[in-house]
Design a protein around this ligand. Structure first.
Ligand code: HEM
Length: 138
């Protein structure tokens, strides 16, 4: 809230994901594209007639009642080595409810549709942190 303690800070969501890449790779290219809702080549969003309601972009893009997209700031990095594969996912928002809502949609808690991606990866660690505003360090 403006003017209150922590104003200008963000909630950070940090999640460690563990992938089953063999299972993912054993799909056809169209099926792989349906997982994310984007083309493998060029990352172009799939046409509305093709994209599935359980694709990643359909789960994670949320809007307010006026139809405006509620964005979050994301920075992720691949983790693992030759045998284990995963993703360290980091997202920031001043509004924790956005992050909660996206996670709920991924799990199917909002409308009963859970992410197709969850068939190929799982969150093995997950935590919220508070990232203070830069002014608090001066
Ligand atoms: C293993 C876990 C995940 C994988 C592999 C993954 C992968 C991807 C990929 C490939 C994209 C499209 C390219 C891009 O915009 O970067 C994307 C977009 C996105 N992801 Fe994820 N993601 C994961 C988890 C999450 C989580 C946990 C959240 C939120 C809590 C999230 C939120 C988003 C959002 C908001 C977008 C942008 C969608 C758009 O505007 O089209 N993702 N993700």
């Amino acid at each position: 809230m403006r003017g209150s303690e922590g104003d200008g800070g963000s909630i950070a969501l940090l999640q460690k994901w563990k992938h089953d890449l063999n299972k993912f790779e054993n799909q056809t290219i169209p099926d792989k594209e349906l997982v994310f809702g984007r083309t493998l080549s060029g990352s172009v969003e799939l046409d509305g007639s093709v994209i599935a309601p359980d694709s990643h972009v359909k789960r994670v893009v949320i809007n307010n009642p006026e139809g405006e997209e509620l964005e979050v700031f994301r920075r992720s990095v691949a983790t693992g080595g030759v045998v284990d594969h995963g993703l360290m996912f980091l997202a920031f928002s001043a509004d924790q409810e956005r992050l909660n809502r996206i996670l709920h949609r991924m799990l199917g808690l909002e409308d009963g549709v859970s992410e197709r991606l969850l068939g190929f990866t799982k969150a093995v660690q997950s935590a919220y942190y508070f990232a203070p505003p830069i002014e608090s360090f001066s």
